[in-house]
Design a protein around this ligand. Structure first.
Ligand SMILES: Nc1ncnc2c1ncn2[C@@H]1O[C@H](COP(=O)(O)OP(=O)(O)OP(=O)(O)O)[C@@H](O)[C@H]1O
Ligand SMILES: [Mg+2]
Length: 250
């Protein structure tokens, strides 16, 4: 076989290998199936955007995929392994509202490095520079603006170089400038090899970021498509209605 073809085939095999495999994932509470037998193959590369109406189960699915919640049934595997402590340590999650220690900006970064037996002032400085908070290291984190606090939570998530980063509407309460800054940081992390799973309601943001889109409705996956397909010709009625600004009824 010519070498070029062998290389291309090897590359395709790697690309086809999913980062995450979700099988029969179910979460039941109060007699309702809030997550209902979800199967997903999350591509190894790029940014997977998770969309769907309020209450569709996006946040629940994210928590289940990161192991913050225990499923009623089904399995989640990342890079071929179940969700054990090692796998979870190689992941990070950012929420809509920044959750920070009431300490300095630098102390918030040092804290997660120490948990992993690492601590380097140089690393702290470098990651703060990357998110545009260089020179703010000694300030109390709570004095940062909302957008700056969210950049700090991202810095804290990324300093450990996670294999997977989950973000649950991280820019929902930020202005366009702060949103753009967060998107740049996320895109850069993706280019460096961190798998990104990003929940958003913002269609423009989904357009800007998504490589593939998972559309959830009523605890089920209505559709999982490459971004271009999803936006140009959604396969599901639920997604078509959502994109057209029509009410999505279960
Ligand atoms: N621990 C729980 N016990 C019972 N019901 C829950 C629990 N957590 C979430 N729910 C319900 O599950 C459904 C899905 O919730 P989830 O937070 O995942 O929605 P979402 O898609 O993230 O919505 P939003 O866009 O508003 O953030 C909702 O109806 C919610 O009330
Ligand atoms: Mg949510």
């Amino acid at each position: 076989m010519p070498e070029a073809i062998a290389i291309a085939q090897a590359r395709d095999a790697v690309a086809a290998k999913p980062a995450g495999e979700v099988s029969g994932l179910t979460y039941q509470a109060g007699g309702r199936f809030l997550i209902d037998s979800i199967n997903l193959r999350i591509p190894g590369d790029g940014i997977t955007v998770l969309m769907g109406p309020n209450g569709a189960g996006k946040s629940l699915l994210l928590r289940l995929m990161h192991g913050l919640l225990e499923a009623t049934a089904g399995t989640v595997r990342w890079h071929g392994r179940g969700l054990d402590d090692d796998v979870r340590r190689q992941q990070a999650m950012v929420f809509q509202r920044p959750v920070l220690l009431r300490r300095s900006v630098a102390a918030n970064i040092r804290f997660v490095l120490k948990l992993r037996g690492r601590s380097s002032d140089q690393q702290v400085e470098q990651i703060l520079d990357e998110v545009g908070l260089g020179g703010r290291a000694a300030q109390p984190a709570r004095l940062l603006s909302g957008g700056e606090q969210q950049r700090l939570t991202l810095a804290r998530a990324l300093v450990t170089e996670p294999k997977v980063l989950f973000l649950d509407e991280p820019t929902a309460s930020l202005d366009p400038t702060s949103t753009a800054a967060i998107e740049t940081i996320v895109r850069r992390a993706s280019e460096r090899g961190t798998k990104i799973i990003f929940v958003t309601h913002d269609l423009g943001q989904a357009h800007r970021l998504a490589d593939d889109v998972v559309f959830l409705n009523g605890g089920r996956v209505a559709e999982h498509s490459p971004a271009a397909t999803f936006f140009d010709a959604p396969a599901s009625q639920a997604a078509a209605d959502y994109l057209a600004g029509r009410l999505v009824l279960r």
